[in-house]
Design a protein around this ligand. Structure first.
Ligand SMILES: [Fe+2]
Ligand SMILES: [Fe+2]
Length: 151
């Protein structure tokens, strides 16, 4: 069964640049990983072999590792600079990580590719654009205004 979700993949130039280069670099890496996941989803749909399933699982777990570091680095920046909306931004990170962990668990339990597809081509791109455009943008701006410089 297929669903009629709009297929959305982010390009690097589609998400806003924030004022700190290390954050932009992390966001670009993340978009690249998610695009690779998109390709592995297509491969799995065209041939649902064990090998293709494992390749997708492996990449999803690599994405989780990358996301953990991404969020830890931003949380540390907020703490270093005393960002006043730390709790709001950090709680979005917690929610996003929980969703990603749930997705990976659901995929490993059920191999339901529709779940992964919907997340990768719809829910995540929408969330990521919105998160970078609000929380990350404000965090970087606040850090720079308060004298933080690109490491
Ligand atoms: Fe970020
Ligand atoms: Fe963030």
């Amino acid at each position: 069964m297929t669903t009629n979700t709009v297929r959305k993949t982010l390009q690097q130039d589609e998400i806003p640049s924030v004022e700190l280069d290390f954050m932009n670099a992390t966001h670009f890496e993340e978009i690249k990983i998610v695009r690779e996941i998109g390709e592995l989803i297509d491969t799995y749909i065209s041939e649902n072999s064990d090998e293709n399933q494992q390749a997708l699982s492996k990449k999803l777990n690599a994405w989780l590792d990358h996301t953990i570091l991404h969020f830890e680095r931003e949380n540390a920046l907020m703490q270093e600079t005393g960002f006043p909306a730390y709790e709001i931004h950090a709680s979005e990170h917690v929610k996003a990580l929980n969703l990603l962990r749930e997705l990976i668990n659901a995929w490993s339990d059920s191999q339901d590719i529709e779940l992964v597809k919907n997340y990768i081509f719809s829910a995540w791109p929408t969330w990521f654009e919105q998160h970078v455009n609000t929380m990350d943008m404000m965090t970087a701006k606040f850090a720079v205004i308060n004298g933080y410089q690109n490491p």
